[in-house]
Design a protein around this ligand. Structure first.
Ligand SMILES: *Cc1c(COP(=O)(O)O)cnc(C)c1O
Ligand SMILES: [Zn+2]
Length: 425
């Protein structure tokens, strides 16, 4: 009905008005129909394509990571209309700002606790002493549950529920479990969180507060993952492990879209990212390819830097040896739980992002991480988690090695809040 009457009006109006009405129609249609340009899933290793209409985990042919693919031409056209017609400013300032390149098909299936569009804070007193001028901290501690894990789990849970999933399971070093538990509570679905028994108490309390079932295991996230394998088969739980399903990475990629928009559509020179399972660095690198295709940016791409703790640095070791894959890191130990990942399933994607972008990988001692936490608190008023302070700790060694120039635009990812670590302050 609406379309027919618009058609009649269309005949009688000027081009300018027609464009305006078209965009109104578009906004109406967006409310009524699918808002995503998702087309298929594609294996990052063997290229096998598959339909996204049922829940997927890894590639059925080769067992590697699947990526969501979109009709980017279509997305580009929609975003352009929205922008020229001024609807852009009406878009939400959160991870759903560009629904065209997000996997959730219908607006009513987008869960939200307000994640994303975190501030990009210029660092001041902490960097002048080091000689830098344009260093920004993306303060991800301001997300729901205090870390950027909420971005990924928000999208993974939204999409899985859209596809009919009712119960979830996750192995975690802590923060991903808290995020899953929050979204499961929000939607009234079941979640089981498997975490190392030495996970910080407050993280365990968070999971319990949200009403998820918690299982504590000796060892690291790797041992938690082994337990998840057993339980999920018996119970038909959907496993939302890092990169073992295709949509957490879609939530994390929004960080790159935000950085570029917050820098007024400029691409930074360098992104420094504390790397565990690698969802963030892999997602952001994917986002830069997409933004290029969407003509949001030109050909410039940032150099991607993975920071790890010297107590668990499998990616740094592989990078130093120019390998395409990493080995399992034995006896992983660090004060930064999110970096205690002895082997990342997406290791080849993390390394690819580093190599393709002319980036680097660097290990930082726990001592330097602790000092950085204190320095950022004292000199900037920002309390970060240990993982989140690691990129700041990397600034000086990266300058000394000649990798960083003093006037480059550098983004540090402050991936989580320090408030859940009372023992460090
Ligand atoms: C999980 C986590 C990381 C590592 O993130 P990946 O994207 O899995 O590499 C870094 N910082 C914090 C606070 C985390 O919770
Ligand atoms: Zn494959």
């Amino acid at each position: 009905m609406i379309l027919v009457s618009y058609k009649m009006i269309d005949l009688a109006i000027s081009r300018r008005e027609r464009v305006f009405l078209f965009s109104m129609k578009y906004e109406l249609l967006r409310e009524m129909t699918e808002i995503s340009c998702l087309t298929h899933l594609e294996c990052t290793a063997c290229g096998e394509q598959t339909q996204p209409n049922i829940p997927h985990t890894l590639c059925l042919t080769c067992g590697k990571v699947l990526f969501a693919r979109y009709n980017l031409e279509q997305a580009k056209a929609i975003i352009r209309i929205s922008k020229t017609e001024g609807h852009f400013t009406n878009r939400s300032y959160d991870i759903w700002r560009y629904p065209e390149i997000m996997p959730v098909l219908r607006r009513e299936n987008q869960i939200s606790l307000g994640e994303g569009w975190t501030p990009l804070l210029p660092l001041e007193r902490s960097i002048t002493d080091l000689g830098f001028r344009n260093v920004y901290l993306k303060d991800e501690g301001q997300n729901p549950t205090g870390t950027f894990k909420s971005r990924g789990l928000c999208v993974a849970v939204s999409k899985a529920i859209e596809l009919g999933v009712k119960s979830f399971i996750i192995p975690t070093a802590g923060n991903a479990g808290a995020a899953l538990a929050a979204y499961a509570a929000r939607e009234g679905v079941k979640a089981v969180v498997v975490m190392p028994e030495d996970t910080p108490q407050l993280l365990q309390s968070e999971v319990r507060a949200f009403g998820s079932e918690i299982k504590l295991v000796p060892g690291t996230i790797r041992d938690a993952a082994a337990v998840v394998q057993q339980i999920k088969q018996e119970n038909n739980y959907f496993d939302v492990s890092t990169l073992k399903e295709p949509y957490r990475v879609e939530g994390k990629k929004t960080m790159a879209y935000e950085v570029v928009e917050q820098l007024r559509w400029q691409v930074p020179d360098v992104i420094i990212y504390p790397t565990g399972g690698g969802t963030g660095i892999v997602g952001m690198w994917k986002a830069f390819q997409e933004m290029k295709a969407l003509e949001m940016i030109g050909t410039k791409k940032p150099r991607m830097v993975a920071v790890q703790s010297s107590g668990c640095a499998p990616i740094v070791k592989a990078f130093d040896q120019k390998e395409k894959n990493s080995d399992v890191w034995e006896n992983a130990s660090t004060i930064a739980p999110g970096l205690r990942v002895p082997h990342a399933i997406g290791d080849y994607l993390i390394l690819e992002a580093i190599y393709e972008s002319n980036g680097t990988a660097i290990a930082i001692s726990d001592k330097a991480i602790l000092l950085s936490m204190k320095e950022l608190a004292k000199k900037e008023g920002i309390m970060l988690a240990p993982e989140a302070a690691a990129p700041y700790a990397a600034l000086t060694p990266l300058m000394e090695s000649g990798f960083l120039e003093k006037d480059e635009t550098i983004i540090l990812f402050g991936t989580g809040s320090g408030l859940v670590y009372p023992e460090f302050w």
